[in-house]
Write a protein that binds this ligand. Structure first.
Ligand SMILES: *Cc1c(COP(=O)(O)O)cnc(C)c1O
Length: 372
């Protein structure tokens, strides 16, 4: 078996959209603590979720997220299972069903479409802006849609992982609670939490492993009417039991806590993380922009994602050659989503600058080799 040192040096640059790259210091800490959590006599995988040792980990993960994002005390932080797809249903079940109101959705790409598919099962749903006309290559301007103060909520997808369009600030919203699917850009920048009613994010893109979803929800949205929902599907039930109504993903919560600590201690907070993310994304977009005839970006400039860079090459054959040569160089998982094709470089928080530079070099050399 590989020694820890050779395991770390054998790592390639992983551009997977999710589950995705994690910070190396986090992986190394997991490795150090795996057989025995210091002072606890057992590993995280073997601890009861009711043990004080785990309760301390849960509290520390929540405290780190509160510190990172400045989450006020009138918001709960929940750790749920079922991924973000479960949230596509839980949001309308808890906030729309039986309310007599309509849920509004800003639709900027594939994940938003999936969210709406579930919402219509729960109650009246209205798409107040749809990016279809531009093939989901841009975000709306504030004057292109009208949200209602009387809506049950206004939902948007902060980063469309498949198309690569991202809100780098919140869409204009009225009095209705703003609900965000932040699955693929959670913790990529500071968030003005008080503008949100609810934020959800599966961890496996930018915040941890698969199997745990972070939900940040304002207390007034935990209505008694949720008590009639099946136990697992009620936010209020999970909030009352501090995410311990049933056995949560204990390992996932532990890793999310380590990622949050990494952001606080090693990166120095989310302002720094955003600065790094802008720098990393700019380096790639800049290279693509040098040769728009060869690298055709999908997202329009002002809507470009810092997390998922999407583009096409002149032909499907050239894309195939690009992907196999990339793989040979240790640049993994650059294939676009099966629904849209092309190339997608997912460059989440944990993608190191060396990975960005390796990709830049490859983009330049591959282009030049085709132009000779
Ligand atoms: C990945 C993703 C999802 C789906 O997450 P699951 O955990 O697989 O359910 C939903 N929304 C966005 C924006 C995503 O990137």
């Amino acid at each position: 078996m590989n020694s820890p040192a050779s395991a770390a040096t054998a790592r390639i640059f992983n551009f997977s959209p999710g589950p995705a790259v994690l910070p190396l210091p986090v992986l190394e800490k997991i490795q150090r603590e795996m057989v025995c959590m210091p002072g606890k006599g057992v590993s995280i995988l073997e601890m009861s979720h009711r043990d004080q040792a785990f309760l301390d980990i849960l509290a520390a993960t929540q405290a780190s997220l509160r510190e990172l994002l400045g989450i006020p005390s009138h918001y709960k932080i929940l750790f749920l299972q079922g991924g973000s797809r479960m949230q596509f249903s839980m949001v309308p079940m808890n906030l729309l069903r039986g309310s007599g109101k309509t849920a509004e959705y800003i639709l900027t790409g594939s994940w938003g479409k999936n969210a709406i598919k579930e919402a219509v099962k729960e109650g009246p749903t209205k798409v107040i802006w749809d990016g279809k006309a531009d093939n989901y290559s841009r975000l709306p301007r504030a004057d292109e849609y009208q949200s209602s103060d009387a809506a049950a909520y206004l939902h948007f997808t902060s980063n469309e992982t498949i198309e690569g369009v991202q809100f780098l600030d919140e869409p204009a919203a009225g009095a209705a609670p703003l609900v965000c699917d932040a699955s693929s850009d959670f913790l990529c920048r500071p968030l003005p939490i008080e503008r949100y009613g609810l934020i959800y994010a599966c961890a496996q893109k930018n915040a941890g492993p698969a199997g745990v979803t972070v939900v940040i929800v304002r207390d007034d949205l935990l209505a008694p009417s949720q008590d009639i929902l099946p136990g697992y599907l009620s936010y209020r039930g999970h909030a009352d039991e501090d995410s311990l109504w049933n056995t949560p993903n204990t390992f996932g919560i532990y890793v999310v806590g380590l990622v949050a600590r990494w952001l606080l201690d090693d990166v120095g907070g989310l302002d720094n993380m955003l600065r790094r993310n802008r720098d990393k994304a700019n380096r790639i977009y800049e290279l693509l922009d040098e040769s728009p005839d060869f690298y055709q970006g999908h997202a329009q400039r002002e809507s470009r994602s810092l997390m998922n860079v999407t583009f096409r090459l002149p032909t499907a054959e050239i894309e195939k050659a690009f992907l196999s040569e990339a793989e040979r160089r240790g640049l993994r998982s650059l294939k676009g989503h099966r629904s849209v094709g092309g190339i997608r470089a997912s460059i989440y928080n944990a993608m190191p600058l060396e990975g960005i530079e390796a990709l830049r070099t490859f983009l330049r050399e591959f282009r030049d080799s085709y132009r000779k």
